[in-house]
Write a protein that binds this ligand. Sequence first.
Ligand SMILES: [Zn+2]
Length: 262
Amino acid sequence: MGSAPGSEKDGGTLTVLGCDGGYPGPGGAASGYLIEASGVVVWLDSGPGTFANLQLVADPARVDALILSHEHPDHRSDADSFAVWLHEQPAAAPVAVYAPPGCRRRVYFGDDAVFSWHEVESSQQVVISPRGGGAGVVCSFSATDHGPPTLAVRVDVAGAQGAGRAHSLGYSADTGPGWSPEELGPGIGLFLCEATYTRDHEGEARHLSGRQAGAMAAAAGIGRLVLTHRRPSIAEDALAAEADEAFGRPVHQAARGRVFAW
Ligand SMILES: [Zn+2]
């Protein structure tokens, strides 16, 4: 099972900045995660409330790149909060943003010089390197089954791809059941998967139930499964129970501030 954060030479950590699906619940935050590995800090999705929580766990000046999975506000609205903060840092270099087509025009500061914007497509790979030099991480993208262009992400330590399932991170972004983590390739040790609602809501939207998330993760041979993006109105225990059953063993729940080693 997972080791303590930072103790693995070849993996990294994932810190949950927010995990509420669709909108932040009371005192909560929508989708956002901080990935630290191989000398780089990557902010993955910037939903409402996540910039506030990022500042509790890291200096925003350490963020090397921001990845936005898609244009929906619950995954990107705090990119604008970050831009305003960056305006206060006159010496800061532009921060690289990686996002699918359509996302940039939704960000108020999308054309601002504080960002270095890169449009990415499905199957593309991006290397994010430490500013001081070093290996960094390789991010691979896969289009999911959602509304607007949406990219799932796989993160590997550069040079260590395929070295072992314990050291790859996968993130489903938002998706319906027409996508599978198998499209991110084999050997995903930790899979962060959306599970928006319980099985009685299946088919209402291009999202997953706990049952569907557990079943697709089991079929893909995932190591550890972490569920996220639960809609605040959905009971956590009911969603977790159906996911456990479909996955065949206990799943983990994302929670604000929780850290997972991968
Ligand atoms: Zn969402």
